[in-house]
Structures are given as C-alpha cells and as structure tokens.
Design a protein around this ligand. Structure first.
Ligand code: GLU
Length: 432
C-alpha cells in the first residue's frame, strides 16, 4: 500500500503563483503575528539546497527513457533533512519546495530533531512494471549520491511510494558505502519493510496520528465519535488507515473519493471491505455496497468530519463554500489553499492543519531512525504510546498558542514551529 493516494488535478494555488507561494503566505501571516526576527525570517523563507537530476533508465523492452527527479532541502537547523519521496506526474520543483518547507515546520511542531526536505520523480508509476520502478528508484538513488545520508538527509515514503521502494533505496545507497560500514547506515531511509530495519507501526503511523488528533478535537468539543460521520478523500496508506482506525470508535464513513471516482452511502461504507475491494480493483469505483457519485456530490456530502488524504489544493475557493462539515482533519500535505482556508475560517469550520495532523508518519520515522542507530527493536505498544504522547502534546501546544495569540490553528501551528526555529538561530548565530 502506498503512503498516500492521488487525487484530482490541483488547481487553486497553482493559479496564485504556485504552491511554494502558498506556503510563503501562510508563513508570512504567522511571522507577522509573532514578530519573527527579520533575519531568521529571511533564512526560513528560502530553501537551502535544490537538486534536479535528469537520468536515463532502460525499460523492459530495451528502450531508454529519461526521468526528472528532485530533492529539495529546506532547512536543517534542528537536525538532518527529513522527508518523503513521491512518484507522480505532477511532481515539480515548486511542489517539492513547498512540501520540503512543510516538513521543516512539521518536525519542529512535534519536537523531533529533524529538518525538512522532500523529493520526487515526475512520472506515473501506474504505467510501469515493478522491475522498471525498481530500476528508476535505484538509478535515482545512485544519482543522488551524497545528497542523502543517514545523518544528513533521510528519505521516506510519500505519494505512490512504499516500503518496497525504501528497501531498494537503502540497498542501492548501501552498495556505495564500504562493506564494513553498511549495517551502520541502514537509517539512510525510513519506512523500510519491518524485516529490513523498518519499525512496527510505521505503516499506520500517519493515519493513526490523524485519528489521535480527531480524538483530541472531539474531547475539546464534547463530541461523541460514536455518532460521527466522515468523508474521506484518498484511500491510500493515510486514508485507509485513518478510516480503519476510526471504525472501533463507531464512526461512520459516508463518502470516499479517489482517482478512480467517488462513492457514497449514508448508511456507512465499511473501511475493511473497501480496502479489500481497492486491493483487487485498484480504486474505490465499483464498490458494490455504495452508489457511484460525481466529484461535486462528494464535496457537498454532509458529514461531521472531512479527512483529505490525497494531494494538495483540494479545498479551494471553488470547493470550500459547498462543504458541509464541522471539522477538516488534514491527512494530506497542503490540501487547503489560502483562499479555501479563508472560506473555511469565515464559515466556522474547524481545521486541524496538515503540519500537525499528519505528523504521525515522520514521528514514527524518527522512532525507526533511533531504533536503527541504537540497534533496538521496539514493540508496537511502546511505539503507539510514544506517538500518542508526542501528537497530543503538540495538539496542546497549538491549541494554547491559538488561544494566546487569538489566531486560527494553522497560524498557531506555524508560530509553534517558528518559535522553535527562531530559538535555534538565536542560540547558534550565523556563520561567519
Ligand atoms: N511523507 C510523509 C510526510 O509527508 C512522511 C515523511 C517522513 O517520514 O520522513 O510527512
């Protein structure tokens, strides 16, 4: 199962000067409100390193195809660069830049010693065989060379990438280091298969974190999750885990959208049955226990909670006015563009922002990285307990900051992150 699933084409922010521009707008709002030191502001408004690689790969039929891959390192003042690698036809330098910055804020909010990075290869893996995807992955990893490293920049799964792809990346990277140093370098990627140095609980981590955040919101609002309804966009790793983990609370999933189409059933769609269907059919379309619907119907479907768990810029000036929910719990990165965000705020719809809500993945990546470094293997109970504590603590910090600064949750989340980053720059100063 891939880390996240894909969704309909992005629109909103692209019209407004790109996704990184959207990040800058969110950042500026928080920086103004907290009066961020102007020098720190300049540093954080730019990425540190950007690598673009065009590389050839031999296809199964002997042809050569050229691929474009990117790795953007936004900031490493709090620790090594960290962030996923996605395979998608819409991957672009602008998108990867935005996603890298979000990783910096995310790690800072949940207080893990990582910076932010992101990477991607611009292609649709659905059109390629497993052995072609393996060669694409290995060739890109080789070309990245020392751009990645276990104490420098640590990739992980993201949209359309998974534990298998991480195993290929690790194996390729390790082939380039001296034999006696290999076992000391397996933490060069996280999200690996459990049998190859991966962590228990990494697979479900992002979805699990989303559910912890929804639980906290429900507590704050004296809301009974046992009678909650929710709609879900994306049924990849994040969405399918969030849906399955909400089931024991008694919450009812009433509509799901993915690249294959939309399905609706007010009486409930069972996430386990849907997963079986998606595993055989490749998408939610055609699920027999729900009726097909169009995208507009999906957006308008009333529910208590909407979980976007696909791509960026899905909640926009076009869709936000039609949404009939109380809470948006952002499982995806950047699902709400600045215009959509403003409309949600005006309409009184609560938002648990992406950089808090979906941080479970990178938190358990951190646990995997620590286990590898210490040659330890933690049990699932320990991982769940540690994940829960970190996410809930971060929730409280964001909640308190929103109250103290009288601002919305996204801005509050940025302020939590920026305070931590500003502190580090103040302590360290700038070389020379
Ligand atoms: N791709 C995930 C994210 O966007 C996980 C990143 C990681 O584990 O490094 O947060």
């Amino acid at each position: 199962m891939n880390e996240e699933s894909t969704e309909r084409d992005r629109t909103g922010s692209e019209k407004d000067g790109g996704l990184f521009n959207a990040v800058c707008r969110q950042f500026d709002k928080a920086a103004d409100l907290m009066d961020l030191d102007p020098d720190t502001r300049k540093i954080l408004a730019a990425t540190m390193n950007e690598v673009t690689i065009h590389f050839p790969v031999k296809m199964d039929d002997g042809r050569i195809e050229i691929f474009s891959g990117y790795r953007v390192q936004h900031n490493d003042v709090l620790g090594p660069f960290k962030g996923g690698l996605r395979y998608h036809p819409l991957v672009s330098p602008d998108e990867v830049r935005a996603l890298a910055a979000w990783m910096t804020w995310k790690s800072a909010i949940v207080d893990i010693p990582f910076g932010g990075a992101k990477g991607g290869i611009q292609f649709d893996p659905n059109g390629y065989s497993a052995s072609e995807i393996e060669r694409i992955t290995r060739r890109f990893t080789f070309a990245l060379g020392n751009t990645i490293g276990p104490e420098y920049d640590i990739p992980a799964p993201d949209v359309n990438t998974n534990a298998q792809i991480m195993a290929w990346m690790m194996d390729t990277y390790l082939a380039t280091v001296p034999a006696h140093q290999r076992s000391a370098n397996v933490h060069v990627v996280t999200g690996k298969p459990v049998g190859s140095g991966g962590s228990l609980g990494r697979d479900k981590a992002t979805g699990q974190g989303v559910v912890y955040m929804i639980e906290e919101w429900a507590k704050d609002n004296s809301f009974d999750l046992g009678r909650a309804t929710f709609t879900l966009q994306g049924f990849g790793n994040v969405g399918s885990w969030a849906a399955r983990l909400l089931k024991p609370f008694g919450s009812t999933m009433v509509a799901v959208e993915d690249v294959s189409g939309c399905i609706v059933n007010e009486d409930g769609i069972d996430p386990d049955e849907l997963l079986e269907h998606v595993n055989t059919r490749g998408g939610v379309a055609g699920f027999p226990k729900a009726r097909p619907a169009d995208c507009d119907t999906f957006v308008c479907t009333p529910a208590d909670i909407f979980i976007p768990a696909a791509l960026e810029s899905q909640i926009t000036a076009e869709t936000a006015p039609h949404m009939r929910v109380r809470l948006v719990a952002e499982g995806a990165n950047g699902p709400t563009d600045p215009d959509g965000d403003a409309i949600l705020r005006e309409r009184g719809i609560d938002v648990i922002p992406d950089i808090l809500c979906n941080a479970g993945g990178v938190i358990v990546s951190y646990f995997e990285w620590l286990q590898n470094k210490r040659s330890e293997f933690w049990d699932l109970e320990e991982i769940d307990e540690k994940l829960s504590r970190r996410m809930r603590d971060a929730y409280s910090r964001v909640c308190d900051t929103a109250k103290d600064c009288r601002t919305d949750w996204r801005t509050a989340a940025y302020i939590v992150a920026l305070r931590r980053l500003a502190r580090a720059y103040k302590d360290r100063g700038i070389f020379p």
